[in-house]
Write a new protein. Structure first.
Length: 141
């Protein structure tokens, strides 16, 4: 089981045992952009999903906090994502990287999510926030 630690806005550290990991693929509020992303992947030979958004279960050990992601070949790509972290006491949100193996994705969207890693930051330029602290900001601009 992976354990992740996050620096909270007040400086405290929140540690979380990862017991489940899900990836929401093809999820976006702008469906035209989602369709464009699907077309971009189709040009690479990746089959379109049968429905959007698609939810993929991920092996929890793939959640890591690392400065580097090692890959097996050049047909991989990282995608900036958001991550919701559900703890016993709260729901947190932070930045993440869903690193995808495009060679595997051609065969199975689900298989591509099992390699190589899902990275989430510990600290630095990224903030981890309780989602309830975002309520007053969620409808701006």
């Amino acid at each position: 089981m992976s354990q992740l630690s996050f620096t909270m806005p007040d400086g405290s550290i929140e540690s979380v045992d990862v017991t489940a990991l899900l990836n929401a693929g093809y999820a976006g509020r702008n469906q035209a952009e989602v369709a464009s992303h699907i077309a971009e992947l189709a040009a690479l030979g990746v089959p379109a999903p049968t429905a959007t958004p698609a939810l993929y279960p991920i092996s929890p050990y793939l959640a890591q906090q690392t400065d580097r992601v090692y890959v097996q070949h050049g047909r991989t790509s990282g995608e900036a994502e958001w991550a919701l972290i559900i703890t016993d006491n709260d729901v947190l949100i932070t930045a993440a990287c869903d690193h995808t193996d495009r060679d595997l994705e051609v065969h199975s969207g689900g298989a591509r999510t099992q390699r190589p890693t899902y990275s989430v930051p510990r600290h630095g330029g990224f903030r981890t926030l309780p989602t309830d602290s975002m309520t007053s900001h969620s409808r701006r601009g």
